[in-house]
Design a protein around this ligand. Structure first.
Ligand code: NAD
Length: 299
């Protein structure tokens, strides 16, 4: 029994797998060409988001029984084809909830008080006391697009900060503490809008030019969900027009981000898709992924 680890994975996870009597072949920098050569002998592989498990990889993986995604999104795996071939696809959907929720709340406060812009000003040796009047989040309305695990964890934290939370999620019929509303109502009511949906045909550019027009002036927008859910050109224009007072992005339509246009705007802050990137989150992802490998190979 052996498993091929294709992306950087917490060392503790590898130890857990080895202790279960499974041989671990750790190739965190494996290239697509090397993967095609190596995969035939492995019944199980572990990937994060870097490695793409394409139809070609699945065809080459003649011994494959399980593909374990250490993380949530399955966009890098051809799931329907894997299932057609009888290969299990397993992920770790609960492992990063707190980390992403905390990053979202961090961004909400950073946008409210312009923390990155103020820090940049201090680093330039300035003392711009009057240039950075912020807003309080307390008493404001947070609109969540998508209210699953992460959306709800964000809501709990926002309510503790004194915010009112509304959500648009057509797949949920009732939520405690959160009023479910139609998308247009959310756009009209929210002072902060935060996206926590997967990228699907329905959510593709769910925040487009017409959505931005329906928002309050001075709205602040956060995306720690998935790229492709905001029309980035429309966001750029909405910031230039003064409609959007600030935006915080962790995810992008194209990753790695190649077009720095959005970040040329002072009102836009962000990070390189690190929502799950905390010590605790990574350890949890690794531990749960290790359990999934053991279950898949040992039953
Ligand atoms: P989840 O499945 O628990 O929640 C997603 C919610 O989106 C569900 O409640 C679903 O009903 C809702 N939804 C689906 N289609 C919708 C639509 N058209 N309109 C409105 N709502 C819709 O997932 P989660 O664990 O809460 O994760 C949310 C997102 O965060 C996922 O896309 C995930 O990939 C992403 N994520 C990002 C990071 C990061 O590093 N930034 C880390 C983990 C997860």
């Amino acid at each position: 029994m052996k498993v091929l680890i294709c992306d950087a994975t917490d060392p503790k996870a590898l130890k857990i797998i080895e202790e279960a009597g499974i041989e671990v072949v750790n190739q965190p920098d494996i290239t697509p060409e090397e993967l095609l050569e190596t995969i035939p002998e492995f019944p199980c592989m572990v990937v994060r988001s870097r490695t793409k498990v394409t139809r070609e990889v699945i065809d080459a993986g003649t011994a494959l029984k399980a593909i374990v995604r250490a993380g949530v999104g399955l966009d890098n795996i051809d799931v329907p084809y894997a299932k057609e071939k009888g290969i299990q696809v397993l992920n770790t959907p609960t492992a990063s909830t707190q980390s992403v929720a905390e990053l979202t709340v961090g961004y909400m406060l950073a946008l409210a008080r312009q923390l990155p812009q103020m820090t940049a000003s201090m680093k330039e040796g300035k003392w711009e006391k009057k240039a950075f009047t912020g807003i309080e989040v307390s008493g404001k309305t947070l609109g969540l697009i998508g209210s699953g695990r992460i959306g709800r964890a964000v809501a709990d934290r926002a309510i503790a900060l004194g915010m009112t939370v509304v959500a648009y999620d057509p797949y949920i019929s009732e939520l405690e503490n959160i009023e479910l509303v139609e998308l247009d109502e959310l756009l009209a009511k929210a002072d902060f809008i935060s996206l926590h949906v997967p990228h699907t045909d329905e959510t593709h550019n769910i925040l487009d030019q017409s959505a931005f027009k329906k928002m309050k002036d001075g709205v602040r927008v956060i995306n720690c969900g998935r790229g492709g859910t905001i029309d980035e050109d429309a966001l750029y224009q909405a910031v230039l027009d003064g409609k959007v007072a600030g935006a915080a992005l962790d995810v992008y339509a194209q990753e790695p981000l190649t077009d720095p246009k959005l970040f040329s705007l002072n009102q836009v802050i962000g990070s390189p898709h690190v929502g799950a990137g905390t010590k605790e989150g990574k350890a949890r992802v690794g531990e749960i992924a290790a359990q999934k490998v053991i279950e898949a190979l040992k039953g």
